[in-house]
Design a protein around this ligand. Structure first.
Ligand code: ZN
Length: 248
């Protein structure tokens, strides 16, 4: 695995908060690694990421971890809106409409090594390895529905949500009941909000609600149950329960 530091992006500033808490995964949607390097290092583009990983698994460090790279844009996670200040951004040389439209094994191998290193260095919680679409579900789709989250959870870099026992489902339902939440939509929004998603506008805006559900579905559901509302709801309840147990 090659690690290259010779390309540097000028697009960064000081973090407003020195504690690194999140890892954000992106795809570049560009033609290849060279294009991505010149884009992310171009002062006029005003974007950057700490890392870029090529299809052959080479890791490029474009901005030092201690600086605030500009990759998240307008985003939200657990009430945090300046995501760039508390995160590390990783871009993957992948374009859903390009020749680089596969997540190669070498790329994912390097990504996993990098995530492990970052988690150790900064004590990043396993709940905090996120998609750009998690923190900006109304405008971003990356890293998309073909990103192999399963491989990250098999390597224990992110949580593997275990199935709930009947008793545990009952606890969750009673808890919703005690908060006077009756419809599945109300419960789903509360679950999404506690997990960290931006639900500020979705109560009154169906279009935004659907976008949020679709971002969630692309990450957490497999293609068999992708259009099934019941399985989205069950996945969310399972997720929330697992999240509450492992919050810290
Ligand atoms: Zn992105």
């Amino acid at each position: 695995m090659k690690y290259i530091t010779k390309y540097k992006s000028p697009n960064y500033n000081l973090r407003n908060n020195s504690k690194i808490q999140l890892i954000i995964i992106h795809y570049t949607a560009l033609k290849n690694t060279l294009d991505a390097i010149s884009y992310l290092c171009n002062r006029e583009k005003k974007v950057s990421s700490h890392y870029l990983i090529s299809q052959n698994g080479t890791i490029y460090n474009l901005v030092k971890d201690k600086f605030r790279a500009w990759h998240a844009g307008q985003s939200f996670w657990h009430e945090i809106i300046d995501i760039n200040s508390v995160s590390i951004g990783i871009e993957l040389d992948y374009n859903p409409r390009g020749k680089n439209n596969k997540y190669s094994l070498k790329m994912i191998y390097s990504l996993k090594k990098l995530i492990l290193k970052l988690q150790k260095n900064y004590k990043i919680n396993k709940n905090n390895v996120l998609a750009h679409s998690d923190i900006a579900p109304f405008r971003k789709k990356d890293p998309g529905k073909y990103f192999p989250w399963q491989s990250l959870s098999s390597s224990k870099l992110i949580l593997n949500h275990r199935k709930l026992k009947k008793r545990e489902i009952k606890i969750m339902e009673n808890w919703f009941h005690s908060h006077n939440l009756k419809s599945k939509k109300q419960k789903a929004i509360l679950a999404l909000s506690l997990i960290g998603y931006d639900t500020r506008e979705v109560y009154k805006n169906d279009k935004l609600y659907n976008k949020l559900i679709s971002a969630y579905r692309n990450r957490y559901l497999n293609s068999n149950d992708i259009n099934n509302n019941k399985s989205i709801y069950n996945t969310l309840i399972k997720h929330l329960f697992n999240f509450l147990l492992t919050k810290n």
